[in-house]
Design a protein around this ligand. Sequence first.
Ligand code: CP
Length: 331
Amino acid sequence: MLGRHILGMTDFSADELHTLLDLAARMKRGEDTHPYLTGTDLGLLFHVPSTRTRVSFQVAAAQLGGRSYTYGPQELRLANNETIEDTAGVLSRYLSALVVRWYDMADYGAGHRRLHTMAEHSSIPVINALDDEEHPCQVLADLLTLRERFGDGLPQRRIVYTWAYSSRQKTPGVLHSSLLAGALLGHHVTFAHPPGFDLDERYVKEAHALAASSGARLDFCDDIEEAVRGADAVYVQSWKSLQLTGQHEWQARTRLADRWRVTEPLMALAAPGAPFLDCMPSNRGEEMDAEVKDGPRSLIFDQAENRLHAQKALLAMVLGSSGHTAGASGV
Ligand code: CP
């Protein structure tokens, strides 16, 4: 994976995902402390706010012996309409890799296209830190968290993902990347959402094509109780507490909230002890009740911590220092 752009889940093979997760687990246990990023400079370009992604990448770079520099939307000449192409060419002469978050609430797909343009014109790896179509870094941490819970039995478990917004209204990056990851790895996943709040059909088609090879089972459902009944884990993607685009959308979501909120009675339908996951940010009383988010089933802070370990493994595999190959067996 050295030197590769990571713009979405299909930039990984299933074998590479397993290798990355193994390395992340060893790093988390303190069994691999190699300074893979010695002498490297990581740029972090965030056009929209971030707590987990931004800070975990900063700490990951430092722990691996590298340096990082964070830029906001007004700090580069992009703010004065310098082109993405020129910016990418210039930054490639200073940095070792560029982590980018870019999405546009009003123009679905624009952020993803900008990331692709940036990658096409960069001679350094570009890593997607959330655009309007994918969030691969979050999903690496989610997979690590699920593996910690279920071990090698993860493909035999059924994971439910639930949300209530459509690809045209909000950024469903976590869901598209989760769908593709499940399809690549042969998992059994159920995607539960209200009628009309579908994922982008292109991602659904791509996932079905991957599932045909991997043996993954992909279910879609518009009844949250039916989806959660017997599930081995329940994952809510924030859908109500994030910035809203207008009064109409707010009213629509408020009407849906009671029916689609993850509550204790809903979790009681899942398999005994089934964990609750949430990539955050999210608000108690909106996407889920406080009892669920703060309860014993909740893995939300493990997920947040695993952003660090998963991204350290990712950076090591994309930028690993010469003479030390991250992910090689026994490393
Ligand atoms: N889950 C996630 O990406 O969080 P941030 O927006 O805080 O980075």
